[in-house]
Design a protein around this ligand. Structure first.
Ligand code: ZN
Length: 174
């Protein structure tokens, strides 16, 4: 079993890129931000990795720096608000429409079998960023969950910078 496990991990490592979260956490560009990271993206702060694929008058779409899956994006209002109930009527409409359009574009680029769409409110929900944001995560039937058990770490098949390159042009179509 151990040999098979090692062989499997070896085979997958040839094709998959395991993201080392520590690599990003140690990245000074993202660590030196004192203000909210989403506000820093909005303000085009040079200290952060640029993964923004779209912005309009009220909202921004960015690749998640710590993606759960390839194509994992976040949609957030430019205004720093921390609760979905603080969105005004116009923002609510744009948020909804931008979510639909993002799903279309992710489907075109990644062909996923499904999506997780979600907002975490408050620390107890797992939110690590206070600034309101909606996650969209493409999901697949054949995700490599068992690798988690075999290797003790999750393996991702795409760097966020790759997702950025793939989606930047697509979002020009909005
Ligand atoms: Zn903010």
């Amino acid at each position: 079993m151990l040999i098979i496990s090692r062989w499997l991990i070896c085979m997958f490592k040839k094709h998959l890129y395991p993201i080392n979260k520590r690599e990003y956490l140690n990245d000074k560009r993202n660590n030196n931000i004192e203000k909210c990271i989403l506000c820093a993206i909005r303000d085009n702060d040079e200290k952060i990795t640029k993964l923004e694929v779209y912005r309009n008058e009220k909202f921004i779409v960015t690749i998640n720096l710590y993606p759960y899956n390839p194509g994992h994006i976040m949609i957030f209002p430019k205004r720093h608000i921390e609760d979905i109930r603080e969105l005004n009527k116009k923002e609510k409409i744009i948020f909804r429409e931008l979510t639909d359009r993002s799903l279309d574009l992710l489907e075109e680029e990644y062909n996923p079998h499904g999506f997780n769409i979600g907002i975490n409110l408050g620390r107890a929900s797992g939110a690590s960023i206070k600034h309101l944001h909606r996650h969209i995560v493409p999901r697949y039937h054949d995700e490599l969950g068992f690798i988690d058990i075999l290797s003790g770490s999750k393996i991702y098949i795409e760097k966020p910078e790759e997702s950025y390159k793939r989606l930047k042009d697509r979002f020009k179509k909005i």
